[in-house]
Ligand binder design. Sequence first.
Ligand SMILES: Cc1cc2nc3c(=O)[nH]c(=O)nc-3n(C[C@H](O)[C@H](O)[C@H](O)COP(=O)(O)OP(=O)(O)OC[C@H]3O[C@@H](n4cnc5c(N)ncnc54)[C@H](O)[C@@H]3O)c2cc1C
Length: 393
Amino acid sequence: MDLAFTPQELAFRDEIRGWVKDNLPADIAHKVHNALRLSRDDMQRWAKILGKKGWLGYGWPKEFGGPGWTAVQKHLFEEECALAGAPRIVPFGPVMVAPVIMAFGNKEQQERFLPGIASGEVWWSQGYSEPGSGSDLASVKTRAERQGDHYLVNGQKTWTTLGQYGEWIFCLVRTSTEGKPQTGISFLLVDMKSPGVTVRPIKLLDGECEVNEVFFDNVKVPVENLIGEENKGWTYAKHLLSHERTNIADVNRAKRELERLKRIAKAEGMWDDLRFRDQIALLEVDIVALEMLVLRVLSAEKSGKQSLDIAGLLKIKGSEIQQRYAELMMLAAGPFSLPFIEEAMEAGWQGNFPGGVVANAPLASTYFNMRKTTIYGGSNEVQRNIVAQTVLG
Ligand SMILES: Cc1cc2nc3c(=O)[nH]c(=O)nc-3n(C[C@H](O)[C@H](O)[C@H](O)COP(=O)(O)OP(=O)(O)OC[C@H]3O[C@@H](n4cnc5c(N)ncnc54)[C@H](O)[C@@H]3O)c2cc1C
């Protein structure tokens, strides 16, 4: 197995590096490098810059307007963006629903929805989970009743990430109660401006409102917004979830955050503590191991071999690593990491911070926020069950 990049791949990396350097706004990179709050405008500004270049849908094939990159090129693009301090692409449009529309949507749906996703103009949300239907996703209860040329949707979704900005939401809805729960689910695209849609933010323990409840009260959804066939939504949902789990592993962000951890440890004097440095070294070994795993998958894809079905494994390792670096940053900064008040998240506040370095804050907020990584995208306990069944046998 050859894990080295070819000269062409290295040249491609240089091209991406140069472009990102010239086009990533410095104020956004500053916020990302220091884990400061990103506004809707920050996230969408970067999305539109990528969209204009044709790279927001960087995983898309050429026939749908994407760059048609290989798996290695996609990996190098993600790496260069992460290391330069670009915000993570909000995945719900370009990474999640777009592949479903490409694979299972009809031509009209592709022409109608894909351009707005590719350009970064339209903000999408994910409406899978409901109260009582998270790990047991097939039990979703939000009803969609066919009434002539539309569905009438009633029910509730929850944990909808950044749904407060959402313009469209893709939903798993129940269209039948016959047979197995999986066979009565459909995949529906809903305009969030429709009468009867209410979004209610949930305040989380990091002080932010990153997730929401979304209520549907007699919402009329045209039947042309149904993807594929009625009651076949479970198949489409699973197609989407494998994209979500690979994306969550985010080894490139871990590499960037490892450097930030080292900066904080040095600034706070913890770098001189051998026991603490052991912890950083162990984390670094795990990040390198995760990267090797990602490169092995890429190498297998390059040589045309069937790649291992390890999306769940990548999700488990990647999410645990994210929690570990957030925890070590907290430990390194000690009491200086404590405030997670509103002002602590604003740029400029850190200038007067007794710890002295911008990189110190808001560490507690990041630590609390990272509790989510082992829950969302399918909890790690459930992923372990899946890995045990499908990889270990
Ligand atoms: C920050 C955040 C953002 C999210 N964003 C979105 C979003 O945008 N859209 C969306 O649709 N959803 C979103 N989710 C929801 C997420 O997918 C669910 O939280 C997740 O699937 C777990 O479901 P649950 O919360 O209902 O927990 P439950 O399913 O009730 O699980 C509770 C506990 O039981 C364990 N458990 C459950 N079943 C098993 C089993 N069979 N074996 C072993 N242990 C088990 C779980 O691991 C967990 O520890 C988000 C969640 C979070 C935390």
